[in-house]
Design a binder for this molecule. Structure first.
Ligand SMILES: [Zn+2]
Length: 253
């Protein structure tokens, strides 16, 4: 009978030695290692076996390779885990290895088996240095882990934004000076001011052609509308109200 040691966080059980290894891995990561399934009872293994047989015979959906429970599976011996956290180098260092190959090809990348002879941390406490035990409270729970993750992500984003902002400011300064290809921003702004002047003249009617005010009046008349001051366009055009800059934009930012 295999001694079942609960590995915590609802992840099931393993042998005491395999469970101790998982505890060390939890401590290395500061969070519970993701484990889809660990130790299996005979009945649980039988369910996997039945599902796999159904798949093989076309009676059921895809199912992972499973040994008959009388074989038995290493899962039943409490020395196998299925995980999506496939940090294989770290798992290897802690004695966990891929074992399911077909014709030399790894077919169950999620399945690792524990070999204590190859666990470089065998017998060490979960805390690593010095401590005899690592209290469960010292291991961050999922919520704490997420908060830390969020904080780190935020800090990283803020750092990237500040770098981006610094380089944007540099670009704008160079652009204003005109040291970047193309017209300087000063030149572009002065052109825009020139365009504003043209619009003012155009609305007043002192540029060639009808004034925009007159064109709008005519349009209103044609549509049977009385063009009045209460309508969108003031008879005294709003552009008249625009103050021009006292002097051109200086060349230095
Ligand atoms: Zn497995």
């Amino acid at each position: 009978m295999v001694t079942q040691t609960d590995i915590g966080h609802g992840r099931g059980w393993l042998t005491p030695e395999a469970a101790a290894s998982i505890r060390r891995l939890d401590a290395v990561k500061g969070a519970p290692w993701q484990i889809t399934e660990a130790g299996r009872t005979w009945d649980r293994q039988k369910q996997h076996w039945d599902a796999y047989q159904a798949y093989l015979s076309g009676r059921g959906p895809w199912a992972a390779i499973a040994l008959h429970p009388d074989a038995p599976s290493i899962h039943q011996r409490g020395s196998a885990i299925d995980t999506d956290q496939r940090e294989t180098a770290l798992l290897n260092e802690h004695g966990w290895f891929h074992t399911v190959y077909r014709d030399g090809v790894l077919v169950e990348p999620w399945h690792y088996e524990y070999d204590k002879a190859r666990d470089k941390h065998l017998g060490q406490s979960a805390g690593g240095g010095g401590a005899t035990t690592t209290p469960e409270e010292d291991i961050m729970n999922a919520s704490q882990e997420k908060k830390l993750d969020d904080a780190l992500r935020y800090a990283k984003a803020a750092y990237e934004a500040s770098r981006q902002s610094a380089s944007t400011t540099k670009w704008i300064k160079a652009r204003i000076k005109g040291s970047v290809n193309g017209k300087s921003l000063t030149a572009l702004l002065n052109e825009a001011i020139g365009l504003g002047k043209w619009l003012k003249l155009r609305i007043k009617g002192s540029y060639k052609g009808d004034s925009i005010t007159k064109m709008l009046r005519d349009l209103g008349d044609r549509q049977g509308l009385k063009f009045t001051a209460s309508m969108a366009v003031d008879p005294d055009p709003v552009y008249e109200e625009i103050d021009e800059p006292a002097e051109p934009i200086p060349d230095e930012a």
